[in-house]
Design a protein around this ligand. Structure first.
Ligand code: ZN
Length: 134
C-alpha cells in the first residue's frame, strides 16, 4: 500500500457537517458526489496533503445509515492508495481477509475500490483504492 488516500467520516447531515468541518479546517469542501449504488452522498475536503471524505446516507438501507445506527457518527473507514488493486485484493484474500466485494467497484472520486471486512481487521473498515485509468 502506498499511503492513506483519505479518511471517511459518517455524518447524519452532510450540509451541517460541511459547515462544521469547514470551520475546523478553515477551508470549504471542494466537491460533492452522490454514489447512488452505495446509497451515499459524499463531500471532500483537502487538508494539506490529506483528504477527508464525509459520508451521509441517502436512504435508510444505506451502509452509512446502518453504521450510524450502530455506532453513531464518526470515523467510518480508512482508505489506502494502492498501485494495482487486483493484485492487492488477491494478496489479501490469500492472507485470509474477507473482501466485501469480489470485483473492484467504482467509488467516489473516479477510484476503483474494495473494502475489507472489519471483523478481520481489528474493527477498522479498510478501503483499497486505485486511481482509475481511462
Ligand atoms: Zn472512502
Amino acid at each position: 500500500m502506498l499511503k492513506i488516500e483519505h479518511i471517511g467520516i459518517a455524518v447524519k447531515n452532510i450540509e451541517a457537517s460541511n459547515q462544521l468541518f469547514a470551520k475546523i479546517f478553515n477551508a470549504s469542501h471542494y466537491k460533492t458526489e452522490v454514489i447512488a449504488s452505495e446509497g451515499v452522498n459524499t463531500s471532500f475536503f483537502q487538508v494539506g496533503e490529506n483528504k477527508i471524505e464525509l459520508l451521509e446516507a441517502t436512504h435508510t438501507d444505506s451502509p452509512i445509515a446502518k453504521f450510524i445506527e450502530k455506532k453513531g457518527e464518526g470515523i467510518h473507514h480508512i482508505a489506502f492508495d494502492v498501485k494495482d488493486i487486483l493484485s492487492e485484493m488477491k494478496r489479501l484474500e490469500k492472507e485470509g481477509f474477507i473482501l466485501l466485494n469480489k470485483e473492484p467497484k467504482l467509488g467516489a472520486d473516479n477510484k476503483l475500490v474494495c473494502f475489507l471486512h472489519p471483523k478481520e481487521t481489528n474493527g477498522v473498515l479498510i478501503e483499497l483504492c486505485q486511481e482509475r485509468k481511462e
